[in-house]
Design a protein around this ligand. Sequence first.
Ligand code: FAD
Ligand code: NAD
Length: 464
Amino acid sequence: MADYDYDVLVIGAGPGGYVAAIRAAQLGLKTACVESRETLGGTCLNVGCIPSKALLHASELFEEAHSGALAQFGIKIEGASLDLGAMHAQRIEAIKGLTGGIEYLFKKNKVDWLKGHAAFIAADTVQIGERAVRAKNIVIATGSSVSTLPGVQVDGKRVVDSTGALELAEVPKHLVVIGGGVIGMELGSVWLRLGAKVTVVEYVDQILPGMDGEVRREATKLFKKQGFDLRTSTKVTGVETTDAGVTLTVEPAAGGNAETIEADVVLLAVGRRPNTDGLAIDKAGLSVNSRAQIDIDHDFRTAVPGIWAIGDVVPGPMLAHKAEDEGIAVAENIAGQVGIVNHNVIPSVVYTMPEIAGVGLTEEAAKERGEIRVGKFPFMANSRAKTNKDTDGFVKIIADAQTDRVLGVWIVSSLAGTMIAQACQAMEFGATSEDIAYTCHAHPTHPEAMKEAAMAVRGKPIHI
Ligand code: FAD
Ligand code: NAD
C-alpha cells in the first residue's frame, strides 16, 4: 500500500461509481471517488431518474386535479391551476436532498470525494487538477451523455436535450420530440399533461425499442388516446431555429415527400453515448469498442489489470439499478469476494401512466430460442384495478414450454414499476409459472393479475 494513495479510486459518482465507492469502503479498502460535477449522484440524481420522476409525479397530480378526472370518485376540483415555478422548485429540492444524502454517506463510510476531472496519466495513476493520484485499483464509472444528431444543434432554448427539457420555464404550445424511446415518452408525458401538444417523431416503425412487441403496440394505443401525435417510420431531415420557434423538415424513413412541422420547442432524445472522451484511456493502455464503450469481462475487469469498468460506460442497458448492482459487484471482486450481476434479470421501467415494465426475454426473442407458453391477464378483469377505475394494461408471462421456467414478464399498469420486482425475484430464484400461480397474493391488489397471468400460462385463470 505504501506507494499507493488509495486501494480503490472510482472515477465518476453516479449510481455505479458512488455505490462502488461505498461498498469498497465498507469492505475495508481505502477509497476515493473523483467527480467533475459540483454534486454527487451523477446523471441519475442530478439530471436523470430523479428530476424526471419529480416532474412525472407532479404533472400526474396536476392532470388529475385539472382534468376533472377525480369527479368520478366524487371529488370536484374547480380552478386548479399550474404554478410551474413551484413545480420546478420541488424538483430541485428532491435533487438537493438526494445528492446531499450521498455526500453524507461518503462521510459516514470514509470515502474521500476528490473534486475535479480525472484523466489517466498511467495505468495506475490519474491527474485531477494539480494532483496526481495513484491507486491499486481504478474503477471507470464515467457514465454517458446525450447523443447528438447531425444537423440538429442543441441550443438549450428552442432545441433542448433531456436536461433542458427538465428545466423549461414555460409550457410550450407545441413540443416535438425526436426519438420515441424512454426519455421521449417520459418527458413528452410531463409536458403533455401540463398542456402542451406533443408530437413524437420516431425513425423506426414502433416506439419504445427493446420492449416486447405486444407491449409496444398497447403502449402506442394508450399514448395516442392520451393525445400524443406519434409519427413512426419518420425521419427528421432538417431543423431550423427562428426567433418564433423551430421548423422541422420530416419525411418517411423509407423515402418520400417531405413536410414541415412548426414547434415551439424540440427535444432531442435519440439515445446516449458512453463518456470516454477526455479520460485519456490510451495512456492507461485501454481503448474503446466500436460503440465507444469499454469492454469488460464477467467480473468487470478491463483489458488492463487493475482497471475495472461499470455502468453506462460498459455494454448493456443504460440503467441506474444495473449500474448500482455492478458497483456492488465490482467492489466485492476487488476485495477478493465473488461479486456477480445476473444480466439476464435486469428490469426496465418506463414511468409513464400507465407504467410499462419488463424483465427477461420478449416474446419475440423467447420464440427464437425455443418453444414457449404465454399467459396473459388484463387489468380489466382485476378487481382492485376495476374498483380504482384503473383498468389499462395487462400482465404477460412467457415461460419455457418444456420446463415451465419463467423467461420474461411484461406489465402495462399504473403499478408496473413496483410489480416487476416480484417477477425479478421469481426469475432470480428460477421460478416456474406454476410457482407464481400457486403463491398466495393478497386480495384485492393489482399483483393478483400476476398470479392470474401465471395461471393463464397453463390455461386456467379464474377471473376471465
Ligand atoms: P452517470 O450517472 O452518468 O455518472 C457518471 C458521473 O461521472 C457523472 O456525474 C460525470 O460527471 C462523472 N464523470 C465523467 N467523466 C469524469 C471524469 N473524467 N472525471 C470525473 N468525473 C467524471 N435509469 C433508470 O434506471 N431509471 C430511470 O428512471 C432513469 N431515468 C433517466 C432519465 C433521464 C432524463 C436520463 C438522462 C437518464 C435516466 N436513466 C434512468 C439512466 C440513468 O441515469 C443512467 O443509467 C445512470 O445514471 C448511469 O449511472 P453511471 O454511474 O454509469 O453514470
Ligand atoms: P432510447 O434508446 O430509449 O430511444 C431513442 C429512440 O430514438 C429510439 O426509439 C430510436 O429508434 C430513436 N431514434 C434514433 N435516431 C433517430 C432519428 N434520427 N430520428 C428519429 N428517431 C430516432 O434513448 P433515450 O430515450 O434517449 O434514452 C437514453 C437512455 O437513457 C436509454 O438507454 C434508457 O435506458 C435511459 N433512460 C432510462 C429511463 C428509465 O429507465 N425509465 C428513463 C430515461 C432514460
